[in-house]
Design a protein around this ligand. Structure first.
Ligand code: GLA
Ligand code: ZN
Length: 676
């Protein structure tokens, strides 16, 4: 449980009473009660209020809010407000202002704007966290700490450059090692003095998201992710010094590209994240993101820190969530491991850029709105659910590997194609399993594989030290491993493993990839099955990249259907020890992937959670030997599902159901079953 002070699914969100006058606050209290809101995230962007000048701190406003909320039965997720620095600080201490990738020193403005290596930022952000912790350590409303807000963005200032050099000295020890790791004899880049090294930016190596030197750019990303993490850790330590028992989090952003969240999660007591899909985001993409957030801490439940009750303001087209969708997507989060349902924002602000962002309380100010009614309805249900689902875990037997450094290396790569999008490739595999209703864990490269039957690592371009032997061991012990084209190419500094692709994975895959062809968007090849295999028959389309592979012991299941490499293998399987390793040499169409994964699951005895109609999502949480199976109907019309003859409790309606049950359009059922 995140905090026993609130033993239910927390319900609430970002709340900015400082933007309102007193008479509104009592209205808020009244309406929070009506909506079943029991947690408010305070103080997210109030640094300037808390510290009006260098030597003055003023928490009177916050004292009042904490006490007031507590008195009305609302607990507090207390932010440290270091996500945007005060204007006076930006003026007095220019080091706090970032320099962008084009070398421009930022003026005061915006948010998430502090240089992570600024001595001023580090000093005053940590100090503020310490003061808050000291002040509110015994406050009965305090549930959890929310450090800063959505850390992100990079800085390229002189302080960052200096610290980058220090970081490199730590990592490489001497310049010879660095020159080797970066292959600096290329384009005459040999460094003779640490001072010659500059950040990888658009002024040095990068253009349009690509780079001349992947080694340098990769290290700058690692360094920036760590620099921001160091800022978080400074605050974390201050908070823990005063409140060792209060959990600490910071709100993440799903597949946000710039930070290595697997590294971050190690320093977070609980993962939290902000979920903002748009109307056209595939449901399975959101599901995959929840699963990734759960995977950051090896399956530990996470917080849905923010979602909008209705619409965003920052998308191009800010559609309303259709009736029922807010509830449906809230349960989607819970089904995949969230122990909180929280919004941005509780009351819609009236000025600046978020005034058109949805809120529980809209500009009209009363409760007679569609959005409020839906929020209040959900609030009532979450009260009824109590603590039943808290801490429920997944028991997936299939894992998909995702790695931020691998993503950086692929994104930064000049060649072989601009069309390769790592996250999209990962999603293709996820989506196929999602459509098959097979539960999946999203895992990082440090995760232990032994609990899984099937591990899928799409486009594992970068193979880190020890990973290949981990895969070998997993397969030797009976696991099924699958990887794809453009895998095993480089080591962790992006230096090619010579002797044939897929490098260190070659032995376990039993193949050699001789060449890699890049296809134009309207160009395709075919995957022709050598013989019918389960769901896979005839032929399928593939594209983006085609590895030209030779079997070195692997069995060839399908061949390319055209071009000069017609007849070369495109799908192989290698028996290795007790297990099998599949290689998919190109990016296949949906039908192929679903067939392939259905076959592999069948082969390993991995069963779908339930056979359900299209548009119905399934996900399971298990707690104390009881399975909670969520059926989430994303269709606007009802769906009928056969759950079998055995009667089961349906949690939300608290009724017994069996055989054919109806999931209302955009409705949710939670089926309860004691496990044997
Ligand atoms: C982010 C931020 C919030 C708010 C919302 C709006 O998630 O954390 O402060 O700006 O976006 O969607
Ligand atoms: Zn900087």
């Amino acid at each position: 449980m995140i905090n026993e002070r609130l033993p239910k699914i927390w319900y609430g969100g970002d709340y900015n009473p400082e933007q309102w006058d007193q008479e509104i606050w009592s209205e808020d209290e009244r309406m929070f009660k009506l909506a079943g809101i029991d947690v408010a995230t305070l103080n997210v962007f109030s640094w300037a209020l808390n510290q009006p000048s260098e030597d003055t701190y003023d928490f009177a406003w916050l004292d009042e809010q904490m006490d007031r909320l507590h008195a009305s039965g609302v607990k507090v997720c207390l932010a440290t407000s270091t996500g945007a620095h005060p204007a006076w600080m930006a003026r007095k201490y220019p080091d706090i202002r970032r320099v962008d990738s084009q070398g421009r020193k930022r003026a005061f403005g915006g948010r998430h704007n502090s240089c992570p290596n600024s001595p001023t930022y580090r000093k005053y952000s940590a100090q503020l966290a310490g003061k808050l912790a000291e002040r509110y350590k015994d406050h009965p409303a305090l549930l959890i700490w929310h450090v800063s807000n959505e850390y992100g963005g990079y800085c390229y200032c002189e302080n960052c450059a200096t610290q980058f050099r220090e970081w490199l000295k730590e990592r490489y020890g001497n310049l010879d090692a660095l020159n080797k790791a970066w292959n600096t004899r290329f384009w005459g880049h040999t460094f003779y003095d640490w001072e010659e090294i500059v950040p990888a930016s658009e002024l040095s190596e990068e253009w349009g998201g690509r780079t001349n030197f992947q080694g340098i750019s990769l290290d700058y990303r690692r360094f920036m992710s760590e620099s921001l993490l160091d800022c978080y850790k400074l605050e974390y330590d201050e908070l823990k010094r005063h409140t060792p028992d209060i959990p600490v989090t910071t709100n993440l952003m799903g597949f946000y590209p710039e930070l290595d969240y697997f590294k971050w999660a190690k320093h977070m007591d609980v993962v939290s994240w902000d979920n903002y899909p748009s109307l056209d985001t595939p449901v399975s993409f959101t599901a995959m993101t929840h699963d990734l957030m759960r995977g950051l801490k090896s399956g530990q439940p996470f917080m849905l820190m923010e979602q909008t009750p209705s619409q965003q303001n920052w998308q191009a087209y800010n559609s309303l969530k259709r009736p029922g969708v807010m509830r449906l997507w809230s349960y989607q989060a819970v089904a995949r491991g969230a122990d909180t349902v929280m919004f941005f924002q509780l009351r819609r602000s009236i000025g600046a850029c978020e005034k058109y962002h949805g809120a529980v309380i809209e500009h009209v100010g009363h409760e007679h709105t569609r959005v409020f009614r839906e929020c209040a309805e959900l609030g009532r249900e979450l009260v009824q659910l109590g603590d039943q689902l808290l801490d429920g875990r997944s028991r997936a037997k299939v894992a998909i590997v995702y790695d931020w450094e691998n993503r950086w290396a692929i994104d930064l790569s000049s060649g072989p194609t601009v069309a390769l999008d790592y996250v999209k490739e990962v999603h293709k595999y996820y989506d196929a399993l999602f459509q098959l209703h097979v539960q999946v864990d999203m895992i990082g490269v440090e995760e232990d594989l032994s609990g899984y039957d099937i591990v899928i690592a799409p486009v594992l371009y970068m193979v880190k030290p020890g990973y290949a032997s981990k895969v070998e061991q997993f397969v030797a012990n009976g696991g099924t491993f699958l990887t794809t084209f453009f895998s095993g190419i480089v080591n962790e500094t992006d230096i090619v493993t010579t002797g044939g692709y897929p490098g260190e994975l070659r032995k376990v895959m039993g193949i050699w990839a001789e060449e890699i062809d890049a296809l134009f968007p309207d160009q395709h090849n075919r995957i022709v099955m050598k013989s019918e295999w389960g769901e896979l028959k005839d032929s399928y389309e593939c594209g983006i990249l085609c590895d030209l592979i030779h079997s070195e012991g692997a069995e060839v299941l399908a061949e390319y259907g055209q071009d000069f490499y017609q007849g070369m293998p495109v799908l192989t399987v290698n028996k290795f020890g007790q297990g099998k390793a599949y290689y998919v040499a190109s990016s296949p169409d949906k039908a192929f992937l679903q067939g392939l994964l259905a076959n592999i699951c069948e082969e390993k005895g991995v069963k779908p959670l339930l056979a359900v109609p299209e548009g119905v999502e399934t996900s399971e949480r298990v707690k104390n030997g009881t399975s909670y199976l969520f059926l989430l109907n994303h269709n606007p019309e009802p769906a009928s599902v056969d759950i079998g003859p055995e009667a089961r409790q349906e949690l939300l309606s608290d009724s017994m159901v069996s055989s054919s049950v109806t999931v209302p359009g955009r409705g949710v059922l939670i089926l309860v079953q004691r496990l044997a």
